[in-house]
Design a binder for this molecule. Structure first.
Ligand SMILES: NC(=O)c1ccc[n+]([C@@H]2O[C@H](COP(=O)([O-])OP(=O)(O)OC[C@H]3O[C@@H](n4cnc5c(N)ncnc54)[C@H](OP(=O)(O)O)[C@@H]3O)[C@@H](O)[C@H]2O)c1
Length: 239
């Protein structure tokens, strides 16, 4: 039987690679693009060319439940999130609470209403923990908590900095953060702290998407929180 996946946040830096790798793996993939997405023109055609279906269901619980009921995906990816800069540019004043947590909550409610039990892959972030002080980490923790309590099979991925030369925005902060993290990782590696180095070094979208697709498809991967170092491709031990 063919495996199917529904990918929210498909137009993002991580999402677009997850869609590409899922289709390559023969998964019946639906890339979700929000109706008002400014990235739709770039990605809709590309996804179809790769063999994915494109869905433009609005972020409304009933509409999303109808779509999920119809498609009944085996794997549900949540790769959505805002940046502070993106939030400033948007007209509807999105916040970490309303997007990184709120839309995910909506998706869980929609899945419950559709009476489906997909494996849910939630893209969180390194350092997320209970009692975190910032709005970003609080939103991410609340989403992780609700997913664990939902009773659905889950994978929570907590990557380090996600960056690469092929990002379509400059994202100076992330580039600098990524460079700093990589420098720290090089130092740690020199001192033999290989696992810690793997934890902190930045990741690009292909490396991360490979891990997310492997975890999504693995037979025995349910109910785990996967930390940054385990989302990296294994480097040559002598390297
Ligand atoms: N970047 C990092 O260094 C890093 C590190 C650790 C964890 N993470 C987490 O991983 C997530 C994904 O990272 P990424 O770099 O792949 O993100 P990205 O390239 O910024 O993509 C974000 C995705 O979310 C969608 N989105 C944004 N605002 C939305 C809204 N108000 N309503 C619905 N959809 C919305 C975007 O759709 P449109 O194309 O339509 O805008 C896009 O598909 C981030 O949100 C972040 O929290 C990031």
């Amino acid at each position: 039987m063919t495996t199917s996946a529904f990918v929210t946040g498909a137009t993002g830096y991580t999402g677009r690679e997850v869609v590409r790798l899922l289709t390559e793996a023969g998964v019946e993939t639906t890339a979700h693009i929000r109706p008002n997405s400014s990235s739709a023109a770039t990605w809709e055609e590309q996804f179809r060319t790769q063999g994915a279906a494109v869905d433009r269901t609005p972020w409304e619980e009933e509409a999303m439940a109808d779509t999920l009921r119809r498609l009944a995906p085996d794997i549900l990816y949540y790769l959505v999130g805002i940046t502070a800069k993106g939030a400033r540019k948007a007209e509807d004043n999105p916040t970490y609470e309303s997007v990184d947590y709120g839309l995910f909550r909506l998706l869980l409610e929609a899945a419950s209403r559709a009476e489906i039990r997909p494996r849910v892959v939630y893209l969180s972030a390194m350092g997320v923990r209970e009692g975190a002080k910032t709005a970003y980490y609080r939103a991410r923790w609340n989403a992780e908590r609700d997913l664990k309590e939902s009773g659905l099979p889950f994978i929570i991925a907590r990557p380090a900095m996600i960056t690469g030369p092929d990002r379509d925005e400059t994202r100076v902060g992330e580039r600098l953060g990524g460079a700093l993290a990589d420098l720290t990782a090089t130092g740690l590696r020199l001192f033999g702290a290989r696992r810690l180095a793997d934890r902190y070094r930045s990741t690009d979208n292909t490396e991360l998407a490979t891990a997310l697709v492997d975890l999504g498809l693995a037979k025995d991967s349910d109910n785990q929180v996967v930390e940054a170092e385990d989302l990296k491709r294994k480097e040559n031990p002598s390297g």
